[in-house]
Design a protein around this ligand. Structure first.
Ligand code: GDP
Length: 441
């Protein structure tokens, strides 16, 4: 998502950001390119006009042309405008405290990712310490209830299923159950249809009046572009929205929806869906996304992701293993899987300052890691515990088992030994540095 636009913006920032002096012509050229990039990304024309006019007006003011580093000043204006476009500050969910039941209504068309998102949000809130109950009230799409039940079991969040006939009764019962069993959050997966229609809206209005939601969130498919904006408007007019969750943000759609939603509907994007898996939901931070688009990187999100995947105890254990050379292929496999959990390498690279948009998907297909994982999985436990026993016969067996070649297996083993050595040195250096620092204090 937003790759193309990130590339163009990153480019503009790199060329103009370093300029010691800029002219009105420089500004006009840059703004023209910005305009093109936004339009190509399918951003609503009115939104583009507003963005461009505001940027030009501010940039041509005295402040920029006479500033000490006008290039950077100009970049800052673009950045601030982009943040405003995306919705200024992060809008969190407004839920009540844990002694009452908060209700979240999830709305959306069929196929928008509503049911998947219900599970994602359930997991997100569970990880934040809330006691969540999912209510399966989409009785129109066949299998939606079953799908939610499966996802609920997967993430360890109970799912309330009614008689399969009456969505309103199911929601009401779920909330009563939540009160009785001390849940503090009920997420209601509502009816979705192929398109907005009157019976659907009428049911949703009744649902809203019945459950009195704390949050009414529309799940909108980012891949549908401008249509997502129109759908949001309609839902807001009829049912009332408190925010939007943009699903399939990991797709290669152009991203216009993300950039137009806030300006066109006034509703904040609260989360984005970034994969099909239950972990694939991220809070939407306008500031961070703007920085990412401008190629300034998103270091904060990166650190947060890394923290989620690693806890301190594990890190200390890893360090000990590296220091005393007991780091095995099994540990290596665990590490590969952790990196995977953090998302694709590509998405990590995109968050790094100066690198965003510079690496294409093809270049970064996690092919290597997949191969490595296959090779490691074709080894026996004993082999993973002690790589030294893997001689030529074992190597060819592993190559066959993993559908790779002996050369690839050998390469992995070599890489493993080399990185083991390197990491051991790094740990030693770190320890020495800590000692020195300690001594100096
Ligand atoms: P519903 O009809 O709105 O309940 O839609 P589903 O939850 O069944 O989702 C429709 C399809 O979109 C499923 O195949 C999901 O796996 C997929 N999906 C949902 N959210 C995301 C997302 O954020 N990223 C990706 N890549 N796929 C998603």
């Amino acid at each position: 998502m937003l790759e193309k636009i990130t590339q163009t913006f990153g480019d503009i920032v790199r060329t103009i950001g370093g300029k010691a002096s800029i002219s009105e012509k420089n500004i006009d050229e840059a703004v023209d390119r910005i305009k093109m990039a936004l339009l190509e990304a399918d951003v609503n024309l009115r939104v583009v006009r507003r963005f461009v006019n505001a940027t030009v007006e501010e940039a041509k003011g005295e402040k920029v042309l006479r500033a000490v580093s006008p290039g950077q000043q100009f970049v800052k204006i673009i950045h601030d405008r982009m943040v405003a476009l995306l919705g200024d500050t992060r809008q969190d969910l407004a839920l009540k405290g844990p002694d009452t039941v908060s209700v979240i209504l999830l709305l959306g068309l069929q196929g928008s990712g509503k049911t998947t998102t219900a599970a994602k949000l359930g997991l997100h809130l569970k990880n934040k310490g809330r006691r969540v109950l999912l209510a399966a009230c989409d009785l129109v799409r066949p299998a939606a209830v079953e799908q939610l039940a499966v996802l609920g079991a997967q993430i360890g969040v109970p799912v309330h299923r009614g008689d399969g006939k009456d969505p309103l009764a199911t929601a009401r019962d779920a909330i009563a159950r939540a009160r009785k069993e001390q849940f503090d959050t009920v997420i209601v997966d509502t009816t979705g249809r192929m398109q907005v229609d009157e019976p659907m809206m009428a049911e949703l209005v009744r649902m809203r009046d019945l459950v009195k939601p704390d949050e009414s969130l529309l799940v909108a498919d980012a891949m549908t572009g401008q249509a997502a904006v129109d759908i949001a408007k309609t839902f807001d007019e009829r049912v009332g929205l408190s925010g939007v969750i943009l699903s399939k943000f990991d797709s290669d759609a152009r991203g216009g929806a993300a950039l137009s939603l806030k300006s066109m509907t006034g509703k904040p994007i609260k989360f984005v869906g970034v994969s099909e898996r239950p972990e694939g939901l991220e809070p939407f931070h306008p500031e961070r996304v703007a920085s990412r688009i401008l190629g300034m990187g998103d270091v904060v999100s990166l650190v947060e992701k890394a923290q989620e995947a690693y806890d301190e105890k594990e890190a200390a254990e890893l360090e000990r293993k590296l220091a005393d050379e007991s780091f095995t292929l099994q540990d290596y496999l665990d590490q590969i899987r952790k990196v995977r959990k953090m998302g694709s390498l590509k998405s990590l690279v995109d968050m790094m300052p100066g690198l965003a948009g510079q690496v294409s998907d093809e270049q970064f297909e996690a092919q290597d890691m997949k191969h490595e994982e296959a090779i490691l999985l074709s080894m026996t436990k004993k082999e993973r515990a002690n790589h030294l026993i893997i001689g030529p016969t074992r190597r060819s067996r592993v190559a066959r088992g993993s559908g790779t070649s002996v050369a690839e297996v050998a390469r992995l083993l070599k890489k493993f030994e080399k990185s083991r050595l390197m990491m051991k040195k790094a740990v030693k250096n770190k320890k020495m540095a800590e000692k020195l620092m300690g001594g100096a204090r």
